[in-house]
Design a protein around this ligand. Structure first.
Ligand code: URA
Length: 239
């Protein structure tokens, strides 16, 4: 990773300010003064100091992506593009992975991190972390569907879902809905609608626990979580 990017990422100023810092000779890599902002460093294995103080390299990275359709929620795949392929190399070095899966054709909120403990807590079935999806359905969604989802519907493999909260956003021949579920069975939203004889035409996740999709992110774009979002996720408890 470029030295100026490393320092800027860690909060030592803008790229321009960091350049000045480097010019002043305040930064050393493995005890050698480095003034070249473009120099690459391996922050996990090289010692970077600023005015003699060792710079702590962050261990964890927390990214929110607005996943586009057409890419896999996986770390690698021989044939298809994955969400990790969409990250900059400087973020890939942290070896992050997606927390849970969205189908290839599903868009929206995807948390990508290398914090295994946090991922585990968010994914553990016992935690019942709510996830809300926006969907377009191929028919009119009705009050009966709302009641059926509230009770739990029987999927094609006989599994009865936990209660889901269904809201009709726009009713019509194609209905817009929001559905909140607390489980993550394979293709769950699509299969819940199949259970009531309907089909999901478009699916996008808009929230996961306390984390809301940042609608300013274009499809395929991502950003680091704010400190506040990270705190919210870490403190998040549901039963
Ligand atoms: N439910 C689905 O059917 N697909 C997803 O990607 C997420 C939830």
């Amino acid at each position: 990773m470029r030295l100026d990017k490393l320092l800027a990422n860690l909060g030592y100023g803008s790229r321009k300010e960091v350049k000045q810092l480097l010019k002043s000779g305040a930064v050393k890599v493995n005890d050698v003064v480095v003034k070249d902002a473009k120099q690459h460093v391996d922050p996990l294995n090289e010692m970077v100091t600023l005015n003699g103080e060792v710079i702590e390299y962050k261990e964890f990275i927390y990214l929110m992506m607005n996943k586009p359709a057409g890419v896999l929620s996986a770390t690698e795949d021989n044939r298809e593009e994955t969400v990790i392929d969409l990250l900059e190399v400087d973020d890939q070095v942290y070896q992050p992975f997606p927390v849970g899966r969205l189908d290839k054709d599903t868009e929206g909120l995807l948390l990508i991190t290398n914090d295994g403990q946090l991922a585990h807590r968010l994914l553990a079935p016992k935690k019942h972390v709510p996830k809300t999806y926006f969907a377009v359905i191929n028919q009119e969604v009705t009050e009966e569907d709302i009641l059926a989802f509230k009770k739990g519907v029987t999927l094609d493999d006989g599994y009865v879902t936990k209660p889901g909260e269904l809201k009709i956003v726009k009713s019509g021949l194609h209905s817009d809905i929001e559905l909140t579920i607390t489980e993550g069975k394979f293709h769950q939203v699509k299969r819940m609608f199949e259970a009531v004889g309907k089909k999901v035409l478009y699916l996008k996740r808009i929230s996961m626990g306390p984390l809301l999709l940042d609608e300013t992110l274009e499809l395929g774009e991502y950003r680091e979580l704010t400190e506040e979002e990270i705190e919210l996720l870490k403190e998040y408890q549901v039963n």
